[in-house]
Ligand binder design. Structure first.
Ligand code: FAD
Length: 284
């Protein structure tokens, strides 16, 4: 089971299951490379509303048992009921996985408003509470938002809900991606003041193409500092230069986070082992 060393900056990565079944070997190849970096854990995302949930468990099992790296399987409240949850937790345990990232999830395009509204577990905190109630000893992580969750009315309210989520049993928090470290530091200050004392891992997304920035910002709502938009304007037309510039941007973010003593960095790898390895190389 995952244990986070608060005295040393941790490093973890995130991968997502490929859409096509045939591409599963591609992700195994990526994981074989990522394991050489000895991350504290590798997490695997869960398809919106539970689509692809079997692939999440299969890939997490590969990480845990073949790569011998601690695996975290993501799961969402959307598309979940008590029976599905019980079966999923049983399946994960059977595969040797002891860590989950419990999320609310967003409404998939294929789900009706009514079905989304009538979900059994409203928030990630309800899912966490139920996982605890089901009496297994899973380590539970949860998400947090340095620029507040887009649906929250205020920062104070979002932090209050985050605190409640931790009180229900989240043992660590993984942040949404951010591109400006000062945003993260002021968030950390506020949540520590509010009494949230679990480790918080900083979510870093290396931007290696102009298109990727557009998609990531659309999904996350993270703000884009001038330096990053200038970088895209300058290098966006040249794939090699853009990749180098994106890696350099992420390295500078991580070096500054390290200097400021953050608990850990969680890299959104986009299943690109070469980018993650280049970041590691540069950090040496
Ligand atoms: P919650 O913590 O439930 O919060 C959602 C909103 O409800 C917030 O505005 C919050 O303030 C509010 N809220 C919370 N509790 C209460 C309460 N008790 N009363 C009233 N309001 C409340 N999505 C996927 O589909 N699959 C993934 O694998 C996935 N991985 C992710 C990994 C990370 C690290 C992050 C940051 C996000 C990930 N997401 C994933 C996206 C996530 O599902 C969405 O951001 C979703 O909108 C919120 O999920 P949450 O768990 O943070 O929600």
């Amino acid at each position: 089971m995952l244990s986070i060393n608060k005295n040393k900056m941790g490093f973890s990565c995130e991968v997502f299951p490929p859409k096509r079944n045939d591409d599963i070997y591609e992700i195994y190849k990526t994981l074989d490379e990522l394991k050489l970096l000895k991350p504290d854990f590798i997490s695997v995302t869960y398809g919106a509303g539970g689509s692809n949930s079997k692939k999440t468990a299969t890939i997490a099992a590969y990480i845990q048992n073949i790569c011998e790296v601690e695996a975290i399987a993501h799961m969402t409240a959307v598309g979940m009921d008590d029976t599905t949850l019980r079966a999923l937790l049983f399946e994960l345990k059977k595969k040797g996985i002891n860590n989950v990232l419990a999320l609310r999830g967003d409404k998939p395009k294929t789900m009706s408003d009514e079905e989304f509204e009538n979900r059994q577990y409203r928030y990630a905190s309800d899912l966490i509470c139920e996982i605890k109630k089901q009496g297994n000893d899973m380590f539970i992580a949860a998400a947090c938002y340095p620029e507040i969750h887009p649906e929250s009315a205020s920062r104070e309210e979002d932090i209050e809900h985050l605190k409640y989520k931790v009180e229900q049993g989240a043992g660590c928090l993984i942040s949404q991606m951010f591109f400006e470290n000062s945003v993260y530091y002021s968030f950390l200050e506020d949540i520590r003041k509010a009494g949230i004392d679990v480790p918080v891992l900083a979510g870093i997304m290396p931007i290696t193409t102009a298109k990727q920035l557009g998609t990531s910002v659309q999904l996350s709502g993270s703000s884009v500092p001038n330096e990053l938009s200038s970088m895209i304007a300058k290098y966006g037309g040249d794939p090699d230069d853009m990749k180098k510039a994106g890696i350099d941007y992420a390295v500078r973010q991580i070096e500054d986070l390290k200097k400021n003593g953050v608990d850990g960095v969680h890299l959104y790898t986009m299943n690109k082992a070469d980018v993650t390895m280049a970041i590691f190389e540069a950090l040496k």
